[in-house]
Design a protein around this ligand. Structure first.
Ligand SMILES: Cc1cc2nc3c(=O)[nH]c(=O)nc-3n(C[C@H](O)[C@H](O)[C@H](O)COP(=O)(O)O)c2cc1C
Length: 327
């Protein structure tokens, strides 16, 4: 059996759950790890908000025992503030600290954080150096291909981060200007992998076991990161793991009933961790993924936008099941 490590931290498999704000909370991370994700990351946490003692940011960093290994991701553009954020994050005993250098959202990047850091490679190096100095766990970095097509510098930034002490780099093979538009440039991920000697995690549009296999062969990366394709489909982790260990083994696809049971368990866990009101508001987006491909999905999606109590979700599950049986 192969083992995969980052700075000495052992991963449970080679497929990592992507950090996703509004999605990858404690409940989601537990779920995906239980389905075969090898490592997970928190939603991004603002270093500046932490310096103002934001309770919400502190809560984002809570990690339950069932979600290990787990990294906490922080963002910001001031090296010392980022180092202090790392110190606070470490109180939750994460296995890794991750630095966000890829977020394209204007509210993050217009402040010089997230993907905007890639426009200033020297600052990227300073931030990594200070965070590494403040941390007693490995520090990883998540970057994009570059800011735009005229400034593709993932290789340069990755080398600077490695030099400054980073233990792994995730590369999302799109520029900031692309946001999430296709295509993903796997060639740039390969170039980064060839340029550094720390592990590189390939990310972007990995949505099936077969695609995972292709990305490994195109990039040469041993580690992969999956984000959106896991929404409503945590089975993608076990499918990728199974396919990579034996492509001839038939892949397991869940029935509609099983999907809906997992959906209920997921949202119930959210209720436990953050209260029913907040959990159900966030669940409106999340449950849509579980309905994908189901009979009557369009109408279920519509109704998902109105759920506000856990009973509403139970009723929606029953409707989904009857729709499946009616066909
Ligand atoms: C809803 C959402 C929230 C995200 N939040 C974060 C985040 O907090 N930190 C981060 O580094 N990337 C974030 N991302 C980017 C993902 O981690 C990932 O790089 C991107 O979705 C591409 O991977 P995928 O094609 O497998 O989804 C987010 C993406 C989505 C869709």
């Amino acid at each position: 059996m192969n083992s995969y490590t980052i700075g000495g931290v052992e991963l449970k498999s080679r497929v990592v759950l992507a950090p996703m704000a509004g999605v990858s909370d404690r409940a989601y991370r537990e779920l995906c790890l239980s389905f075969g994700a090898g490592l997970c990351f928190s939603e991004m946490v603002s270093s500046k908000a932490l310096s103002f003692n934001s309770k919400k940011s502190e809560e984002l960093m809570e990690i339950s025992p069932a979600e290990r290994p787990c990294g906490i991701q922080i963002f910001g553009d001031e090296p010392l503030c980022m180092a202090q954020a790392a110190e606070r994050a470490l109180k939750n005993s994460p296995q890794l600290i991750d630095i966000n250098m890829g977020c394209p959202a204007p509210k993050i990047s217009t402040n010089g954080s997230g993907s905007a850091l890639m426009r200033n490679p020297a600052l990227c190096g300073e931030i990594v150096k200070e965070v590494v100095k403040a941390s007693n766990v490995p520090v990883t970095v998540k970057i994009r291909k570059g800011w735009d097509d005229e400034s593709v510098n993932a290789v340069e930034v990755a080398k600077i981060c490695e030099q400054a002490g980073a233990s792994a780099i995730t590369v999302h093979g799109r520029t900031r200007q692309q946001y999430y538009k296709p295509p993903v440039d796997y060639e740039i991920i390969k170039k980064v992998r060839e340029a550094v000697s720390i592990p590189v995690i390939a990310n972007g549009d990995i949505d099936s076991a077969q695609k995972a296999c292709r990305v490994i062969s195109e990039t040469g990366c041993k580690l992969l990161m999956v984000g959106r394709a896991s929404l409503g489909n945590p089975w993608i982790f076990s499918q990728i793991n199974s396919y990579l260990s034996n492509p001839n083994e038939p892949l397991y696809y869940p029935s509609a009933e099983e999907k809906l049971d997992v959906m209920i368990g997921h949202i119930e866990k959210m209720c436990e961790y953050k209260g029913e009101h907040m959990a159900l508001l966030q669940a409106r987006k999340l449950v849509v993924g579980y309905f994908k491909g189901m009979k009557g999905a369009a109408s279920l999606r519509n109704d998902a936008g109105r759920i506000s109590k856990i009973e509403d979700l139970y009723a929606l599950k029953e409707r989904a099941l009857s729709a499946c049986r009616a066909y």
